[in-house]
Write a protein that binds this ligand. Structure first.
Ligand code: G6P
Length: 490
């Protein structure tokens, strides 16, 4: 696991995220039940936290129906072999409604993805978001020593860094922004937008996935925050007597872990899987998405429908498997999206389906890791059609799982991942149904040597730019900034 010690320099590591590293529940006797870490960043950070005995601060989700005692505030992780602390921040139902569903997911999420029409700028959302950020900031102040390193995750915490900074001038504060940062034209629609910028500039270092988001952020500072000075050459901002560095760190996946898992799901497992879910097409295309309106699932279904319409030879031959997980369903735009997806699936299946072929196989149940990676491994084509996406780790997971190197990635030009993988994928504009349908056909007909060459190149990239490399880059980048700060070099 990557070396975080030079950055910490003997101090503590505190991670702040909305979601807990392990998902929690309670059984009938009130005992804590914990499942494995959710994938992605958590899976990578967990061993680091264990080694340095850090503290993770997160929303104590899942306890709403239960009386919480002070002993529940801090629990030890991982449960079977305690090595670090998990401090839970409790939120009232109203706070969940207004901070999580309201400001985080009906203001910042749509706005950052360019969906200004899906925002709800109600004042009470912003006020609750500030109050919850204050709760998290208080938890940080309680847990952290003066020289701690505090690492905030994502758009749920734009205010907390400044709140913490005011009380802890010597702490090293850093942030990773996991979603898109929009251009100034979009960002300027946010009422009180300067508070978002000021809040983030409480950090010493702010990281984004791509150089474009760094540029967008600097544009927003330059045009939207009076009193800030932007140093473009060094990607630095001076504000309120402090300096913040802005850098790009494209997040990645656990290449080796995914490849080994996919390897375990062999041809026999795949046959059984196909049998179980009625996947009868000779060729298989796959899509794996959290059901979010940014993911372009209806657009993808339209493209598939067009392909089957224009090219009847693919009827009966190609099955599309859509793995979907429900998300944020309290928000009407998410329910609308779910309806559009299920209606689209039904329409296509009614239109083209036969007794022995279901064109779209829709899976909304949980699949264990090996099965999911096996699905990636044995599919011929992966369809990623996000309308806008900060990175899209699914694309990288597919590449890592393609141990036989024969699959093709069809990838939206609106994803962060396109900057890294665009040249070797089949690129699409997800709104251009004709082009998208043609791209799926092209991917299915691509000669094997070309498929292998492209996939091999992408796999080399993801293997050398995996999750541990990302953490190493982040920790080393942060250590540099911290050292310069300490030596008074800026
Ligand atoms: C995106 C965000 C994450 C978030 C995840 C799942 O990837 O960047 O911060 O955790 O979606 O969404 P949820 O609202 O369920 O946490």
């Amino acid at each position: 696991t990557p070396d975080v010690e030079p950055l910490l320099d003997g101090g503590q590591l505190i991670v702040v995220s909305n979601r807990q590293p392990y998902s929690h529940g309670y059984d009938e006797d009130g005992e804590v039940t914990v499942s494995r870490p959710a994938g992605g960043l958590t899976a990578g950070l967990d061993p680091v936290m264990q080694r340095v005995e850090g503290t993770w601060i997160a929303w104590g989700d899942g306890d709403a129906d239960r009386e919480v005692t002070p002993e529940d505030d801090t629990v030890e992780m991982p449960p079977e072999d305690p090595a670090y602390h998990l401090r839970r921040v409790w939120l009232t139902d109203e706070e969940v409604d207004q901070y999580y569903y309201g400001y985080s997911n009906r203001v910042l999420w749509p706005l950052c993805h360019g969906g200004i029409w899906k925002t709800d700028f109600a004042d009470e959302h912003r006020e609750a978001y500030e109050a919850v950020n204050e709760k998290f900031a208080r938890a940080v102040r309680e847990e952290a020593d003066d020289d701690a390193v505090v690492w905030f995750q994502d758009y749920h915490f734009t205010r907390a860094p400044r709140m913490v900074r005011e009380a802890m001038p010597d702490a090293f504060l850093m942030h990773f922004w996991h979603i898109t940062w929009p251009g100034w034209d979009t960002f300027r629609s946010l009422p009180h937008g300067q508070e978002t910028l000021e809040g983030l500039l409480g950090n010493d270092l702010v990281g984004f996935h791509t150089g474009q988001y760094v540029e967008n952020f600097l544009d927003c500072i330059e045009r939207g925050l009076d009193g800030a000075t932007v140093d473009r050459g060094n990607n630095r901002v001076e504000y309120d007597g402090r300096t913040t560095e802005i850098e790009s760190f494209p997040l990645s996946v656990d290449f080796e872990g995914i490849a080994a898992s996919a390897e375990r799901f062999d041809a026999e497992d795949w046959d059984a899987f196909r049998e179980e879910y009625g996947i009868t097409g000779e060729r298989v295309a796959v899509g794996v998405d959290r059901l979010d309106y940014t993911k372009g699932v209806p657009e993808r279904l339209n493209a598939l429908e067009q392909l089957w319409e224009d090219h009847p030879e693919w009827r009966g031959e190609l099955t599309y498997v859509q793995k979907a997980s429900e998300s944020r369903s309290i928000i009407p735009d998410y329910r609308d999206l779910q309806d559009r997806v299920t209606t689209g699936v039904d329409r296509i299946n009614e239109r083209f389906g036969t007794d022995d072929w279901t064109p779209v196989v829709y899976l909304d149940e949980h699949l264990d890791g090996d099965t999911l990676n096996g699905l990636y491994r044995h599919s011929d084509v992966m369809l990623v059609s996000a309308l806008r996406d900060g990175m899209n780790l699914v694309a990288k997971e597919f590449v890592a799982a393609q141990v036989d190197e024969t699959g093709v990635l069809v990838l939206s030009n609106q994803t962060g991942a396109f900057e890294e993988l665009g040249k070797h994928s089949v690129g699409i504009n997800p709104h251009d149904t004709d082009e998208f349908a043609a791209a799926i056909g092209e991917a299915l007909r691509m000669p094997e040597d070309e498929r292998r060459e492209r996939m091999h190149t992408m796999r080399e990239w993801v293997e050398t730019h995996d999750l541990s490399r990302w953490m190493k880059d982040v920790f080393e980048g942060a250590a540099d900034v911290r050292m310069k700060r300490r030596m008074g070099m800026d």
